[in-house]
Design a protein around this ligand. Structure first.
Ligand SMILES: Cc1cc2nc3c(=O)[nH]c(=O)nc-3n(C[C@H](O)[C@H](O)[C@H](O)COP(=O)(O)O)c2cc1C
Length: 333
């Protein structure tokens, strides 16, 4: 047996100085120091989610905590739209993390602020189409993360799966591309590299690891889920997102169908849906474990999650499986 690989070198691992091309996606309410540090200590790139914190000072304290738990590079995720992000960005920049990822809107103002700060930091923009990827590159992003339709959480509006999105973007930009959405293991890593990606980003998989603060009921629901057990909500307000099937998800979809039949503006739709889609409805299920009273983000990849390992064991398994597959594939030729 070949020895366990200590590095997988890609343009992305060289960019952010990590051992394996595996990024932990920003996870709303679930991206804290323990998880980020565990991912980075295991050789990937962990991320803290800016949206997990009420104040810039809290974010800054969490970055400092992460530094105490790991001496490896890690990133901070910025989802546009929830709150004014500039004070949070300034707090993050003061700590000079290795990377920042931006999602959910026009990345230009944040990218410009980072560039003006003079801090050396690698920027990653989540995109769901070729046009957005080209724009991110033109704005000076250092990498793009191609988020396919299989993925958990918020998605693009064009419903393009990872298998087509990744090579489409990889052949359209010169910066490194990470594949995201539907990836869970070494098979997914090899497939992503074959499609032209320089690495992978995993979201749902990192909910079901020991270091995650997700409620055990949420983690067990992912283990029990089949690949058919997710659905899309928030399409009626133009920001489709994938969740695990459940009471509240069903209620949201019914409401959206009714809203789509009526004449109403996007703002009116948002107003009516808000009681069911706002953050506390998510945390009630994700953190408090009341799965019937809230909804949880999850990708189709839930159907491939069968255990709740430590982050270290998960990443070792991904790398070992990727190595075995690569060796096996060589015998085809
Ligand atoms: C629980 C959960 C919360 C998420 N929250 C965020 C977020 O705050 N910011 C972000 O950039 N992406 C977020 N995402 C998307 C992930 O970062 C990632 O792009 C996606 O999960 C990839 O698809 P996968 O779930 O199939 O791995 C979230 C995904 C999940 C499952």
């Amino acid at each position: 047996m070949d020895s366990f690989p200590q590095h997988i070198r890609t343009r992305f691992t060289e960019l952010v100085h990590i051992r394996y091309p595996i990024v932990q996606g920003g996870l709303a309410h679930l991206s804290f120091a323990e998880l980020a540090a565990a991912v980075s200590n295991a050789g990937g790139l962990g991320q803290i989610g800016c949206a997990c914190f009420a104040t810039p000072a809290e974010l800054q304290a969490e970055i400092q905590k992460t530094r105490r738990l790991t001496d490896k590079p890690f990133g901070i995720n910025f989802p546009i739209g929830h709150m004014p992000l500039e004070p949070f960005l300034d707090a993050a920049l003061a700590e000079e993390p290795a990377a920042i990822s931006i999602t959910g809107g026009n990345p230009e103002p944040l990218l410009q602020r980072i560039q003006r700060s003079g801090v050396t930091i690698q920027t990653m923009v989540l995109v769901a189409g070729v046009r957005a990827a080209r724009k991110a590159e033109a704005l000076g992003a250092n990498a793009v993360i191609a988020v396919g339709f299989e993925g958990g959480g918020h998605l693009g509006r064009d419903d393009i799966g990872t298998m087509v999105l990744t090579p489409s973007i990889a052949e359209s930009v010169n910066i490194p591309v990470l594949a995201s959405g539907g990836i869970n293991d070494g098979r997914g890593l090899v497939a992503a590299l074959a499609l032209g990606a320089a690495g992978i980003e995993l979201g749902t998989r990192f909910v079901a690891v020991q270091e995650s603060n997700a409620h055990p009921a949420y983690q067990q629901a992912l283990v029990a889920a089949k690949e058919t057990d997710t659905t899309i909500i928030e399409r009626a307000i133009g920001r489709p997102a994938r969740v695990l099937n459940g009471n509240i998800a069903e209620k949201i979809k019914q409401l959206e169908t009714e809203l789509e039949r009526e004449q109403n503006t996007p703002a009116e739709r948002l107003q009516l849906l808000l009681p069911y889609i706002q953050g506390n409805v998510n945390t009630q299920a994700a953190l408090d474990g009341q799965l019937d009273a809230g909804f949880v983000w999850a990708g189709q990849v839930a159907g491939l999650i069968h255990d709740i390992p430590t982050t270290q064991a998960l990443i070792e398994h991904i790398i070992q499986e990727a190595q075995e597959i690569t060796i096996r594939l060589q015998h085809l030729f």
